[in-house]
Design a binder for this molecule. Structure first.
Ligand SMILES: [Zn+2]
Length: 369
């Protein structure tokens, strides 16, 4: 069976935030981090709730890679308030935490009605505002707990580029390359379909056109808006199609060497494309053609795409090899077997067009070093 599920009402444009005032809520629970409060972003959300007469509490204890402990603390407060609206404000971490708070809080409460979840992303990267995924970390046992349930998909996403305006260039670059990786892996996934491909291809074109502009000038609001839309569309695509081996490797590089997610994807992406050429070459050629690159043959299209990705990384100071990610070579080699096993077990690798063996993954890691 082929399916495409898109549940989230997406609001964007100048007055998008004002949609909060029309929500049929009695008590709101804002999930965010201390920085969002400090720079006044939480106040913007609160002022709309105040105008609508919706009482609210702000839970601003979310840390990067939110812990189970934080989520449970939030769920307890959310239940105490009998909140019927959760507003997630921030990057991937507050949105992931808000999804988990709603999930656990609702499970533990006696209220049969699920709280409404509104996500307001402040980076253009994760697509978490439209996906069914949340990852929380059990810091006591040092394990990641991935949640994946259609119930976690936000009911509404508000895309307001003013929230991404102050992102520094290196964050714009890394999160933007994460969007590109989501879109390219969604387009070439084993589970790609007609609907996911349309969203993915549009997102790819947007990134090539607008990421260099958003990187060069953070105040370019057209570029900021288009990157938010691209991030959301790539999220819609991969939420249905799954991803690929670039993400499998990035998760392992993140887990073992703490390489930031976007950076790990950016430096792996071109290697993964070459790795997949015999299984997805035609799809890479299609992408290259859509971008107006030289692509008369499969090989030429794939090479053009690889070169375009490398050039974009170069122009933003992002490495094209693992060795330039401040990883010690001897530790990398020691960890290679473990990494290859991690990659094979990673849920994202299941969507990759080429189904690799342990040895294939090691060769890929060697190539990318
Ligand atoms: Zn990603």
């Amino acid at each position: 069976m082929t399916h495409f599920y898109g549940k989230t009402k997406i609001c964007y444009g100048e007055d998008a935030l004002a949609n909060i005032e029309d929500l049929p809520a009695k008590q709101a629970f804002i999930v965010t981090d201390p920085f969002m409060v400090k720079i006044g972003f939480a106040d913007r959300v609160k002022s709309h709730l105040d105008r609508a007469g919706i009482p609210h509490r702000t839970f601003d204890a979310v840390e990067p890679d939110p812990s189970l402990e934080t989520v449970m603390k939030g769920a307890k407060l959310f239940m105490q308030d009998h909140a019927d609206l959760i507003i997630a404000l921030g990057g991937g971490s507050p949105i992931d935490a808000a999804k988990a708070i709603g999930h656990f809080g609702h499970k533990a409460s006696e209220n049969p009605v699920k709280p409404m979840l509104v996500a307001i992303p402040t980076t253009s990267g994760t697509g978490s505002e439209v996906t069914a995924i949340s990852v929380v970390t059990d810091k006591v046992n040092e394990v990641k707990i991935p949640l994946n349930d259609d119930d976690l998909i936000p009911d509404m996403a508000i895309l307001d580029a003013r929230f991404t305006r102050s992102l520094p260039p290196h964050v714009t670059a890394a999160t933007g390359m994460d969007v590109l990786t989501h879109a390219i892996e969604a387009y070439t996934s084993r589970q790609a379909n007609a609907f996911t491909s349309i969203y993915a291809l549009h997102a790819i074109k947007c990134v090539f056109e607008f990421l260099p502009r958003a990187y060069a000038n953070g105040d370019d609001m057209e570029a900021r808006t288009q990157m938010l839309l691209a991030s959301c569309m790539a999220g819609m695509a991969f939420n249905n199609s799954g991803l690929g081996i670039t993400h499998g490797v990035a998760h392992s590089l993140g887990g073992i060497f703490h390489v930031p997610h976007g950076l790990a994807n950016a430096s792996m992406l071109s290697h993964a494309i070459r790795f997949n050429i015999f299984d997805a070459g035609i799809r890479y050629q299609e992408i290259a053609q859509a971008l107006g690159l030289a692509a008369t043959k499969v090989e030429e299209g794939t090479e053009s795409l690889i070169q375009a990705i490398r050039d974009m990384n170069d122009s933003m100071g992002i490495p094209n090899r693992i060795r330039d990610l401040k990883i010690d070579e001897s530790v990398f080699r020691e960890q290679m077997d473990t990494m290859a096993s991690n990659v094979l077990e990673d849920i994202c690798t299941g969507g990759n067009p080429r189904q690799p063996s342990h040895g294939d993954v090691k060769l890929l890691l060697e190539e990318a070093w």
